[in-house]
Design a protein around this ligand. Structure first.
Ligand code: RNT
Ligand code: ZN
Length: 411
């Protein structure tokens, strides 16, 4: 079946062997927080706040680092190609009681060891939510100096942790900042909080760090902070554009419903060296559903391939669904991202781009629909086989077995 598909693709000028070589190398950074409902391992961990929400109570949530690592490794065994792990500061592994403004590289050594063992790159995020120092939904833009200082310190230390991760793994580390800051109801002053956030960012990003790629993540609204978001799209886009070394992270759940992140990629590519992502799926709001192989996911992947931007893209995932088996969520969500990339690589983009330049929109229209008839599934299955992963649905039985033998025994 694969060799037939290979011949079919060859007739369209696509070398599936080259594509298989290429797809293997594109890393996807898998979010650790799908495994435990964004709770983390702090000694006094509270409930999730910051306007984001995990819903569902499927059994088997990872309750500690050992369980999360075991679950993650198990999920990895069904995901082909290069992988990274995306961690939050709240997933530190230490016996000590440490507040967020006290974290150190050592607190994440268990993760760098884990990453080395599993050939993973590591990405990192300061955790500016689920904490009593989030006062009235504000962190870096708070009117209270002590609140701002606390979170500036946390973010500065987070960047040092990312630097440590980069050094240990020999790969870069994306350090992405997202804060929940906003107001439930219409503010009287939108400017002052934004100026304070700008000042806090300047304190956080006062020097470039080896191996660290810094990014800022904007948002429209959160639950309980519906009327105003300090770190809006225009705010962070401008900040990143004006500050060397800062990138803008695109989370496709963070825009108005008819805005498409796929449409923004080429615009940012004109100006930025790096293009970090939180790929997610929003259903009616920023609901962080598990990524499906849907049209927008495919369009994002197509843009990256067509713009020849795979070496600039830092593809990370951001979903957390507690209503289904969490390992299944990791496997299917990550595979979908990779499938979308593979499908994009298996289109005859050269001919279609040529159509556009020659203004032959009729051929472009018909030919782009014809691309949908090509046997990408056979190439996907070949990809799995070459990675020693079963090419059928049997992985699901393995996950069910793991659920029975491991997850259901957790309290
Ligand atoms: C929230 C942001 C943020 C978080 C994670 C946990 O709306 O998307 O990226 O989801 O950092
Ligand atoms: Zn996000």
């Amino acid at each position: 079946m694969y060799s037939e598909a290979k011949e079919t693709y060859a007739r369209y000028g696509i070398d599936t062997e080259k594509v298989l070589e290429q797809i293997r190398k594109v890393p996807v950074s898998i979010n650790c927080w799908q495994g435990d409902d964004v709770i983390g391992f702090e000694k006094n961990a509270g409930s999730l706040s910051g306007g984001i929400q995990t819903t569902g109570n499927y059994p088997g949530r990872a309750r500690n680092a050992q369980e999360l690592m075991r679950d993650f490794e198990f999920a990895l065994s069904f995901i082909p190609g290069a992988k990274r792990l995306n961690l939050h500061a709240s997933y530190l592994v230490t016996d000590k009681v440490k507040d967020r403004n006290e974290i150190e590289a050592e607190d994440y050594r268990a993760w760098t060891e884990f990453a080395k063992k599993n050939s993973l790159g590591l990405d990192f995020n300061p955790t500016c939510f689920s904490h009593p120092m989030v006062v009235n939904n504000l962190t870096l833009s708070s009117p209270h100096e002590n609140v701002r200082d606390f979170w500036v310190e946390h973010c500065r230390r987070s960047r040092l942790v990312a630097q440590f991760m980069a050094k240990e793994t020999g790969s870069h580390s994306l350090c992405n900042l997202w804060i929940p800051d906003g107001f439930k109801d219409t503010p009287a002053d939108r400017l002052t909080p934004r100026l304070r956030l700008k000042e806090s960012l300047d304190r956080i990003y006062d020097s470039e760090l080896d191996g660290v790629i810094d990014s800022v993540e904007s948002k429209v609204f959160g639950i309980g902070v519906e009327s105003f978001t300090v770190g809006s799209s225009e705010f962070y886009l401008s900040y990143a554009a004006k500050h060397k070394g800062i990138s803008l992270l695109l989370d496709n759940g963070h825009y108005h419903p008819t805005e498409a992140v796929s449409e923004k990629i080429s615009a940012l590519l004109c100006y930025f060296d790096w293009l970090p992502f939180h790929v997610t799926r929003s259903v009616r709001w920023d609901s962080d559903h598990v990524v499906r192989l849907d049209d927008e996911l495919r369009e994002i992947a197509k843009e990256l391939v067509r713009c020849n931007a795979l070496d600039k893209a830092l593809i990370g995932l951001d979903f957390f669904d507690a209503s289904i088996n969490r390992i299944t969520a990791w496997i299917v969500g990550t595979r979908n991202m990779k499938k979308a990339l593979l499908m994009a690589m298996l289109e005859d983009n050269a001919t279609m781009q040529d159509d556009q330049e020659k203004e032959d929109y009729t051929h472009l229209f018909a030919y782009s629909e014809q691309m949908k008839n090509l046997p990408w599934q056979e190439v996907w299955k070949e990809f799995l086989r070459r990675e020693n992963i079963a090419d059928d649905f049997s992985w699901f039985d393995d996950v069910r077995r793991y659920e029975k033998e491991e997850l259901l025994k957790r309290g």
